[in-house]
Design a protein around this ligand. Structure first.
Ligand SMILES: [Zn+2]
Length: 402
């Protein structure tokens, strides 16, 4: 038996006035997905536990078959996994933004979209600066892309407490005061002082002096958030007996691939945006089934369209997935014998809201061995009549394996 899970990130929506109260899923031309619903089973699925934020990391962890309440520790650790950062016992991994501080305010949460090259120089300099000043310094900066970096801090004694510290994402308070966002308990004093002291280290760095001269935002401070200890996830092979592969353009999902012991497949042209190469993703998915029992295909475009409140792009994203990924899969899968294919969003990203919500999402599963239900098309409402009823995200793989 082969398994395919296609994740249309953020695809489900609320009724939109502009299209007579319909949703993008209702107006999009998607014959392959409708066929999966018509010849398969349908229902609703909740990928986000009530106590956690409706992030793609949490929701996709559910879809990968891991209960986020047991395994989710933060986005920093997942990004570290995708970047191949080695960690050890007592490490806490923070997301580290290069930011612009001005007059005590968060002036820019991304330092004017600083280039990766400039930021790498600054991260390197911070490692030198803190190591020179504090011999035995327990932290290390890892440069990533543009303003997105990591800071790994080793503190065995306080790791669990630091992992739970309420650190505010910098994009959530642009233009607001910084000082009251870092009023932590004393166990976090050192982490706090590293953030504050980064200002001193970076302010007059040649990279920043040059940026100011060019009229750009300087990256004169770092901001830590999204931290956690590395999740102790058993491999998909151990839990489900499945050898898995993952296709995605998004680092967090790649991190889930690493943490679950799946293979991340590099697909040329796979971006995490509207312009992703849908065809290539479809072809790689089909090919990956030769060597794997299960393939996860994640497409970010509908979510990006939701964030951009771009209805046209959202509909187009759903149609592109249908034409270039689902249709070829349906055609190729019978060659592998018995198979099951599940299609679902991780969470809704409604056009009118412009960000993730925590509602249940529609799911359709076609299999060569199960009886279909009576649902004829795939959308937020019709699947409510489906035979799957209401599912919990992290039980999906168990259900597929039944
Ligand atoms: Zn998502």
């Amino acid at each position: 038996m082969k398994y395919v899970i296609v994740i249309e990130d953020g695809a489900s929506d609320y009724p939109i006035e502009e299209i007579d109260g319909k949703t993008p899923l209702k107006v999009a031309e998607k014959p392959a997905l409708d066929r999966i619903a018509r010849e398969g089973r349908t229902g609703l699925i909740q990928n986000v536990p009530e106590s956690l934020p409706p992030g793609s990391d949490v929701a996709n962890m559910s879809i990968f078959g891991y209960d986020p309440l047991l395994y989710y520790t933060g986005r920093g650790p997942l990004e570290a996994a995708s970047m191949g950062v080695e960690t050890k016992d007592g490490d806490v991994v923070f997301r580290c933004n290069t930011i612009t501080e001005r007059d005590g305010l968060m002036a820019s949460s991304n330092a004017g979209h600083i280039s990766s090259e400039e930021a790498a120089e600054l991260m390197e300099y911070l490692n030198e600066y803190f190591n020179d000043k504090y011999p035995g310094f327990k932290g290390k900066f890892y440069p990533g892309v543009s303003y997105r970096h990591l800071f790994v801090y080793n503190d065995k004694e306080n790791a669990e407490k630091l992992a739970k510290l309420d650190m505010v994402p910098p994009h959530d308070f642009v233009g607001e005061t910084i000082a009251d966002k870092i009023e932590f308990d004393s166990f976090a004093d050192e982490v706090k002082s590293i953030m504050l002291e980064s200002k001193e280290a970076l302010e007059n760095h040649p990279v920043n002096l040059k940026r100011i001269e060019e009229g750009k935002e300087p990256s004169n401070m770092v901001w830590f958030w999204g931290q956690g200890t590395m999740p102790a996830m058993p491999s998909m092979k151990e839990v489900y007996g499945l050898k898995g592969a993952v296709i995605t353009g998004v680092d967090l999902i790649k991190g889930l691939g690493v943490c679950s012991g799946c293979t991340n497949l590099d697909v040329p042209g796979a971006t995490a945006f509207f312009d992703t190469d849908y065809n290539a993703k479809g072809e790689y998915a089909i090919d990956a089934l030769k060597d794997n029992d299960i393939v996860f295909v994640h497409i970010e475009a509908p979510d990006e369209a939701g964030h951009a409140k771009n209805l046209e792009e959202k509909v187009r994203g759903i149609e592109n997935i249908d034409k270039h990924i689902l249709a070829p899969l349906l055609e190729a899968l019978p060659e592998y014998g018995d198979f099951k294919i599940a299609v679902l969003p991780d969470h809704p990203t409604p056009i009118d809201v412009g960000t993730h919500t925590r509602d249940m999402v529609p799911i359709a599963i076609y299999s060569t061995v199960d009886e279909p239900d009576d649902v004829q098309v795939y959308d937020e409402d019709s699947v409510k009549e489906g035979s799957l009823g209401e599912l919990t995200g992290c039980n999906l793989l168990k259900l597929l394996l039944e």
